[in-house]
Design a protein around this ligand. Structure first.
Ligand SMILES: Cc1cc2nc3c(=O)[nH]c(=O)nc-3n(C[C@H](O)[C@H](O)[C@H](O)COP(=O)(O)OP(=O)(O)OC[C@H]3O[C@@H](n4cnc5c(N)ncnc54)[C@H](O)[C@@H]3O)c2cc1C
Length: 389
């Protein structure tokens, strides 16, 4: 190991930047850690705002990375192609010089595999997807039909955003099961009421099997018209960990233990959408910004503990709220237990829309807060282990 421990973080999203700031600002880092963050571009992408960009309600969801990243963290623009755990190297696409690491943090987020988005449909993975979709929506005839496939939280937010921005379009939200089934009764009712008020046609218990530029084909054999089909289902992890021979789950997520360390490769940690942490501490966590920030911070704490020869603590992260935008003028705040099970209390309407907008602003405030005052970010604890209840 060199004099300074070289920590390389792959991916500068919510998890990666939170971890970088916590590491770079730690007392340990002055003397003994160098932090390098590898990301394809020098901008931070606020993925939680991509539906706003797609609908044309926002010009861009990018923020200059240097305005969020600690000054002691070096930013390298590039894409990791392979991780070589044996020689502690990250090889870059395009053949640039490999990055040497002593400790690696894997934080590459989630994506929709191109093979899982039918040809002719639009995904919503990144800024490029959002811009493509915005261009398509703006050129549609007034009487055109937009189909949103997948009625998870993203599908609900996308369809509401488009229906509010383009009231003349016919917007259809298609769900394999019931719409908003993960919410409480009052929460579900509020979502259905708002979507219906916006004119969104709700199609439940239907799978879409194929689509082209002008229609979709459903499991029932129907082929209704669809001038723009948006695929919001099927998020998984990028293939980097799997292609590098690291242990992954069926979604391609790096498998890590309770402290977010990869047991087979103790110098590799993981955080955010791209990892599957031990079910004992993370079985209730879903891919979300609400999980990525705590996981990023906890991974940084685990790395520091390791460097100080302390045993890293197990992750404890849970939820309090699920905040959903329903266009720019309304929303839903669903209260939840730490393990994400819905409680009955909800806030709806304009007040909830304002709360959701503030939570989105807070995500960057938390990242910047960690930059200014090390260790300032804290998060709701996870559910108590079954044995302790
Ligand atoms: C439209 C939409 C709305 C959403 N709304 C919400 C919401 O309201 N609340 C919520 O909690 N969550 C929401 N999410 C989910 C949330 O955005 C993700 O869960 C979150 O971004 C995950 O954070 P992350 O840091 O793990 O990954 P990301 O934010 O995706 O960051 C990963 C980074 O790694 C980079 N990267 C990837 N591969 C490589 C590579 N090979 N080499 C180098 N860098 C690489 C990427 O370019 C990216 O910068 C939403 C998602 C979408 C698409």
């Amino acid at each position: 190991m060199s004099a300074r421990c070289r920590v390389v973080i792959i991916g500068a999203g919510y998890a990666g930047v939170m971890a970088a700031n916590r590491l770079a600002g730690s007392r340990k880092s002055y003397k003994s850690i160098s932090v390098t963050v590898l990301n394809p571009v020098a901008d931070f992408v606020e993925r939680i705002r991509l539906h706003e960009v797609a609908a044309g309600n926002r010009v861009s969801a990018t923020v200059p990375m240097r305005s969020l990243l600690h000054e002691r963290a070096e930013l390298v623009e590039g894409t990791a192609w392979r991780i070589d755990p044996e020689h502690h190297k990250v090889h870059l696409s395009g053949g640039g010089a490999a990055l040497d690491y002593d400790v690696l943090l894997y934080a590459v987020g989630s994506t929709q595999a191109s093979s899982r988005i039918p040809a002719g449909a639009y995904g919503l993975r990144d800024s490029a997807d959002a811009n493509r979709l915005r261009a398509r929506l703006s050129e549609l005839d007034p009487a055109a039909t937009v189909s949103v496939i997948g009625a998870g939280l993203t599908g609900i937010e996308v369809s509401a955003e488009i229906a509010e921005r383009y009231p003349q379009l016919r917007v259809r939200l298609i769900s394999r099961g019931a719409i908003a089934e993960s919410l409480s009764g009052p929460g579900r009712h509020a979502v259905v009421k708002r979507l219906s008020a916006l004119g969104v046609e709700l199609v439940e218990n239907t799978e879409v099997q194929r689509c082209d530029d002008s229609s979709i084909q459903t499991s029932g054999g129907d082929t209704p018209r669809s001038d723009c089909t948006i695929w919001t289902a099927g998020f998984s992890a990028p293939g980097l960990a799997r292609d590098s021979g690291l242990p992954t789950d069926a979604l391609g997520r790096l498998v890590v233990d309770e402290s977010l360390c990869c047991p087979q490769h103790p110098d590799i940690f993981g955080a955010g959408d791209a990892v599957r942490a031990a079910p004992s501490v993370a079985g209730h966590l879903r891919m979300s910004c609400a999980s990525a920030l705590p996981l990023g911070a906890h991974a940084a704490d685990s790395i520091i503990a390791r460097l100080e020869n302390r045993a890293p603590a197990p992750l404890s992260a849970g939820y309090m709220l699920r905040c959903i935008s329903l266009g720019r003028k309304s929303g839903l705040v669903q209260t939840v237990h730490a393990d994400d099970r819905p409680r009955s209390f909800v806030i709806r309407g304009r007040l909830a829309g304002v709360a959701k907008a503030q939570i989105c602003d807070m995500t960057l405030a938390w990242i910047r807060g960690e930059l200014r005052r090390n260790g300032s970010y804290s998060w709701p604890k996870g559910p108590r282990p079954a044995a302790a209840r």
